[in-house]
Design a protein around this ligand. Sequence first.
Ligand code: ADP
Ligand code: LRH
Length: 498
Amino acid sequence: DNGIKLLAIDLGASSGRVMLGSFADGKVEVEEIHRFPNGPVEIAGQLHWDVQQLLQEMKQGIAAAAGRYGPLQSLSVDTWGVDYGLLDDQGELLYAPHHYRDQRMEGIASVLETALPPGEQFKLTGNQSSLINTVYQLFADLQGNPGLRGTARQLLMMPDLFHYMFSGVAAAEQTIWSTSGLLNADSTVPSEEVLRRLELPAELIPRLVPAGTVLGELRPALQEELGTGPLKIIAGASHDTASAVASIPYDSGSVGTGRISGLNPPQPAAAFISCGTWSLVGLETTEPVLSDEAFACGFTNESCFGGTNRLLKNITGLWLLQETQRSWTEAGEPLTHQEAAELAVNLDRSKADIAILDPNDPLFSTPGDMPLRIESYCIRTGQPVPQTRAEIIRSILESLALSYAGTIRELEAITGRTVSCIHMVGGGIQNKLLCQLTADATGKEVIAGPVEASAIGNIVVQLTALGAIQAPEARRVVARSCTPVRYQPAVSNYFYPQ
Ligand code: ADP
Ligand code: LRH
């Protein structure tokens, strides 16, 4: 198992990175080769992703890694969920893929939901209905542009699309498709019922493959252009959240998966919060959880590497802070992530105006002047309007922590299990205050790390596909390679005053 070098490309909604993974002596080391910004681009009133630019940035990172480290064994891309590109019969991308925050779904949601109500979507697919889901987007595309039925031949989710561009092989990787609202709840096949009721063309969906499938090789022209030599293209756990969760180094004491769900009494479980642009709060179970209660509380089921299930809620996460910072940057007063975090830490909480926001309020879901929206939310809900930048940031962080705590309580009620501790992963855990507030609000220990969870999960899944490790070993490799930071809940704090 000595000396494997490979590339994990992790594309988040706010930034992308090309990471070199080196595996030796049972441990992985990760080096950031190239990082680049990502975000919505408006074209003629609609929001898209700039895939050309993303491809260019990825190529730059691949070439840099090959130049520095010589032959690499493989490459895999993971991305945010739900978005896709459509290919024509020549295999050409028809247009730049839409961004899930585009608003074209609003006009068609009621039509779709008349044909297939949210409760039925949940029972059939395990997915909570949401306007951002692939199924809503595709339905909107076909309604808005019926000609697509004639021209679109294949629907490739974002990681599938990049794997196709790199290898020429089109496949539908299960974890990313499990966010689509188009598969059966077990995520192994398309839901014929959903396709039939919404009159969606089944032929658009390529063959489904499990996470950890070698698709082919980097196209020879790209090998030459980028100076890589032969390089395997692997469909890993290509949904970034699936990769992030694959990297969680659960303690053996805090059973992470639901393999124990048949036991009575149920054993404690470790929950996770994947903290980036979104906050994904959930726990792993053996089977999809399709109860009325899970539906009513807004949970969704997605598929994990190795075929287990993730019961989780999508909470509008640090997007609130990202958009707030963007507004300040536009006003000529930028703040780095670190400066923003420090402002909130140094605030005198006893004299501050803190408002509690519902992060998932639709008001916050689209790009815009976030400080102004927070102000109108506070007026609407009769709360003091945070005045200073420190108060605004602190309000966002406390609101996130409280919404995590509410979600953890719901998870306990729905699964009948006690959450023993919470693993937080992703870029957002660099905000130490957010981790501490989460421990305080939940009353549970928070185990934070790794920060680059998606990239590390991406790497260990590739190692299994290459046969360098066995799947059950993946988390042990991560545990050996990273040291998490622990946060204990405060005995007494303002979330639960004595
Ligand atoms: P995504 O994958 O969705 O693009 P990331 O996992 O990269 O998101 O997390 C991005 C978030 O991490 C940012 O919105 C920011 O709030 C937070 N963050 C990044 N760097 C820092 C830092 N140095 N200190 C505090 N927070 C940070
Ligand atoms: C997080 C994420 C999340 C959702 C959203 C669209 O990056 O993948 O799990 O699917 O993006």
